[in-house]
Structures are given as structure tokens and as C-alpha cells.
Design a protein around this ligand. Structure first.
Ligand code: CTP
Ligand SMILES: C[C@](O)(CO)[C@H](O)COP(=O)(O)O
Length: 237
């Protein structure tokens, strides 16, 4: 039992959900689109709630969000909300600021509702061998082109053997992530995921192979794939 709690410490999940979904082109944020009778955000939270090591989930909301508190899941005892920020990094930091007495944090996009429990568990199980943390990721399988500035001509082809798509969840020691994100803001560097902040200051998170179903819902065409994957997992496949 003691060994279990040493290797499987308590984890807080931060779910950045303060984006407005401009690429989805709707008049409300994409995390509130309903797929199979539940919003995308509810699907996402439901998977995180299944994990026994995730003791708290902090949802970072847009300051104008009028939707979250109308969902019954918002009053779940393990879920709390904070107001996020202008950029994703500010939304994640807003969550980090209120965490006390817990060493590990998982950051998972509100708009990745098809994460499987198996992948979540696979990521969390790396805690015992990797003190920095890690992220779910997928090796690039297409041929990758480098374009000119107007993005109209293919200038060269990037050697893809070492390239991976970064997904979420991403798992880190809270103090390291907090330190790196604050420093990224101070040094005025632009990043699109949390792992980049660590890499920038010499910490190297482990790449953990995740499933191809864990898509980020970005544009309208992603919705039919999400519907397909959610239907599959609701039927226990
Ligand atoms: N200031 C921000 C911006 C983004 N996010 C969150 O980060 C995740 C991934 O971002 P993305 O897909 O880019 O979402 P949006 O910013 O909403 O979309 P868009 O870039 O199309 O406007 C989403 O869950 C989004 O809500 C956030 O919490 N705070
Ligand atoms: C964090 C992320 O989902 C990993 O793939 C991604 O980087 C978010 O990027 P976006 O440009 O904000 O969609």
C-alpha cells in the first residue's frame, strides 16, 4: 500500500477551456457543442473523473463563459473552476496557482473528448520512471513539406523519423511546470503546449505513444470523427 502511494501519487488535472474556438466558426465556444447528448467538455471531464489518482479537476473558463455552470457536472465534488486568460498558457497558470500540497499535474485540452482511459492510465504509469513527466504523442506518418512564407510552394521535405505530433494529456511535476511557464512569459516566448516550456529550459518529457482516436476538435470536419470515436467507445469497443 505504501509502495502504491509512493509510485502513484495524487494528481490534479487542469482542463484549459477558456478558448473561443474561432476556427470552428460558431457563435458559441466549441467545447459546448453536443455530441451524443453531451457537450464535448462533459465527455472530456467524464474520462478524467474515472481515474482514481486524479483527485481534483480544475477547469479554466473564459471570463465571459455562461455555459459551464449550467452543466450538472460543474457541481461534481472533484471539479472546480477558475477564470482563464488571454492565451492557453495564462489559462493553465491560473489553474496551477490554486494547487496546494500535490506534486503532479495533468493538463488536458477541453476539446479532446475521445481520450481513452487506457491512454490516460498509460501516461500516468510513467510517473515511477520519469521525474520530469511526459506527454501522449504520435509519430508523424505523412511526408512533411517546408513551405515558403506565403505557404504556396513546397521548398523542401523534412526528415520525419524524429517527428511526433504532441497530444494531451501532458503530465508534469507541478513545480517544474509552474517555473517553466512563468519563465516563458517573462522571456516573451510563444508556445502552443506545456511540454515546449519544459524543453525550452532543458527538461525533456517522455513521449508516450497515444491512440489516433485522441483528436483535438479544431475545425468543423473534426466533429464527425469525434462522433464516430465516441460512439465506438460508448459501445465498449
Ligand atoms: N486563452 C485560451 C485559449 C485556449 N484555451 C484552451 O486550449 C485548448 C486547445 O486550444 P484550441 O483548440 O486552439 O482552442 P481555441 O483557442 O478555443 O480555438 P481557436 O484557436 O480556433 O480559437 C482548448 O480546450 C481551449 O479552450 C484556453 O484555455 N485558453
Ligand atoms: C496542446 C495541443 O493540443 C497539443 O497538440 C496543441 O498544441 C494546441 O494547439 P492550438 O494551436 O492551440 O490548437
Amino acid at each position: 500500500m505504501i509502495l502504491f502511494s509512493l509510485f502513484r501519487p495524487k494528481i490534479v488535472a487542469i482542463v484549459p477551456a477558456a478558448g473561443i474556438g474561432s476556427r470552428m466558426q460558431l457563435d458559441f465556444p466549441k467545447q459546448y457543442i453536443k455530441i451524443q447528448n453531451r457537450t464535448i467538455l462533459e465527455h472530456t471531464l467524464a474520462t478524467l473523473l474515472l481515474h482514481p489518482n486524479i483527485v481534483r479537476i480544475i477547469v479554466s473558463l473564459n471570463h465571459q463563459d455562461n455555459y459551464f455552470h449550467k452543466l450538472s457536472i460543474s457541481s461534481h465534488p472533484r471539479i472546480i473552476s477558475v477564470i482563464g486568460g488571454q492565451k492557453r498558457i495564462n489559462s493553465v497558470l491560473a489553474g496551477l496557482k490554486i494547487i496546494k500540497d500535490i506534486d503532479w499535474v495533468i493538463v488536458h485540452d477541453a476539446v479532446r473528448p475521445c481520450l481513452s482511459y487506457q491512454d490516460l492510465e498509460k501516461l500516468i504509469s510513467i510517473i515511477k520512471q520519469n521525474p520530469v513527466g511526459g506527454l501522449l504523442a504520435r509519430p508523424v506518418s505523412d511526408t512533411i513539406k517546408y513551405s515558403d512564407t506565403k505557404r504556396k510552394k513546397s521548398l523542401s521535405t523534412i526528415y520525419r523519423k524524429n517527428l511526433w505530433h504532441a497530444l494531451t494529456p501532458q503530465l508534469f511535476q507541478i513545480n517544474i511546470l509552474k517555473y517553466c511557464l512563468k519563465k516563458i512569459i517573462k522571456d516573451n516566448i510563444s508556445i502552443t503546449d506545456e511540454a515546449s516550456a519544459l524543453e525550452y529550459y532543458g527538461y525533456y518529457p517522455l513521449l508516450v505513444l497515444g491512440g489516433g482516436n485522441n483528436i483535438k476538435i479544431t475545425s468543423p470536419e473534426d466533429l464527425s470523427f469525434a462522433n464516430f470515436y465516441l460512439k465506438k467507445c460508448n459501445h465498449g469497443e
